[in-house]
Design a protein around this ligand. Sequence first.
Ligand code: SF4
Ligand code: SF4
Length: 208
Amino acid sequence: MLEFRSETGYAEANMASAGVSFWLKFRCTECGNCCRDPLLPMNGADLARLVAHTGQRPASIVRFVRTDRIDMDDEPEARIVLSEGTRIMVLRQARGACQFLGDDDRCQVYPQRPLGCRVFPFDPTFTQRGKLRRLQLIEATDCPYELDGNNDPDRIVALQRQLDQQTEAFYTFIKRWNRNQQRRRREGLKLRGRAAFLTQALRDSSGS
Ligand code: SF4
Ligand code: SF4
């Protein structure tokens, strides 16, 4: 039997043995925890969309954290060489939560929120034909979900594909940026910082 109630009353499951159809019953209880705890990596397309929607400066939407602040060892492509050091771009928080989380625990930029927020907490893998092979939950925070939901597998697949494409495009941009930084270092020139990175990242992402 997969489902049981924990001491806190949350629905829980044996993650290892649960299949796709089981996790499609996931229902978010809108507690807002995932908008508080984890740092969310951002790509250029996410940033461009939020800049256009909010009118905020890019530097007020994201910040650049040291690589030991976020568990992304399996994605070295996310590392950006800046004059300040090697960093990863994440959504900026304020007072211990995402700056877009309202007092009512609602997302204030919901239609424009980053793709990582839309996919969370699902971590899908696919068959060669693009069907869902496996569905797991990302364990980045305390998530008091229920298991009486009805998620559309096609939507999960489409969102994850879109996120993968945007992330790949952003990593290609970072690779180009880092190569240029290395060239500057070889030539004894000053490395560029976050402001130049943001300007170029937005330019690269325009239209995507
Ligand atoms: S932590 Fe889980 S239940 Fe809470 S808002 Fe996020 S996805 Fe929903
Ligand atoms: S953008 Fe919205 S959904 Fe994403 S972390 Fe912030 S408040 Fe939560």
